[in-house]
Design a protein around this ligand. Sequence first.
Ligand code: ASP
Length: 328
Amino acid sequence: MQRRKFLKNSTTAAAAVISVPFINSCQEEVTIPKKLAKTIRPIAICTWNFENATAKAWQVLKEGGSSLDAVQQGAMIEEADVNNQTVGVGGRPDRDGNVTLDACIMDKDGNCGAVLAMQNIASPVSVARKVMEETPHVMLAGKGAEKFAYEQGFEKTNLLTEQSKKEWLEWKKTSQYKPIINIENHDTIGILAIDKKGDISGACTTSGMGYKYAGRVGDSPIIGAGLFVDNEIGAATATGVGEEVVRTVGSFLIVELMRQGKSPQEACEEGVKRIMAKNKDRTDFQIGFIAINKNGETGGYCIQPGFTYRTYSEEGHIDNSSMSFLKG
Ligand code: ASP
């Protein structure tokens, strides 16, 4: 059943490759996907199998809420889940035993906010939104981000759960930094949505690579790398080894590829291939991208098997785990 739905989606996507160039308000020639007979909206899409996040986002969208509220509330579900060891409370700590969180959010107007390496606050995506809405800045890091969060009324929370502490103490016995594909280093939630009005927003939140060097920040809170939204074209977000995503400014690249006329699927595939072109001798890491265009068509692609993404629209709640990957 799910497979059938996935194939149906792929067919829809293929039909939409036809695109039309036009001159936008900046006098640039851009190519946006030709409007489909049926535009898919509202819709929410997220990395991995975070079905509670897409379900929450869908609920917001269905009731007429904004895509910005949808992505924030969807991301917050995972941040609050103590059993999810890669996002928010319960996230794996750095090698010193501190849980440091990264998140960003971006709206239809290109407004954005981010927090980097922030401790003791359970919902970094919500602080990122406050940075966007309440300050003239885009990024706040470390102690500054934490102080700002308290000023905004967020409570101090212990983010290190007994389970994550136990695993960290075990890791310390060898202290070998060898992230395991799809396990230790993944599960960042990147979530994108289009609301009933057709406006696009995105959010991305993570505890980063488990047992990372203290102060290490990956792609997830970096606008353009872990997340990018262009309301004219679409949006993209990433998961996986952040250093590689930063090197190619991955999410921005994917949105620009869609601007040039590629479908979300084609753009994600090209993004992954660009990363691999720079890492010809490496097979030991995972990157996954997901993307959505203005029509609500979606795509996802990764290096290794094991990645999936969720979509939630009127067509239903779909796990796209039959998606293709590079190392097939
Ligand atoms: N992209 C995240 C980072 O590099 C990790 C992940 O996706 O799990 O921090």
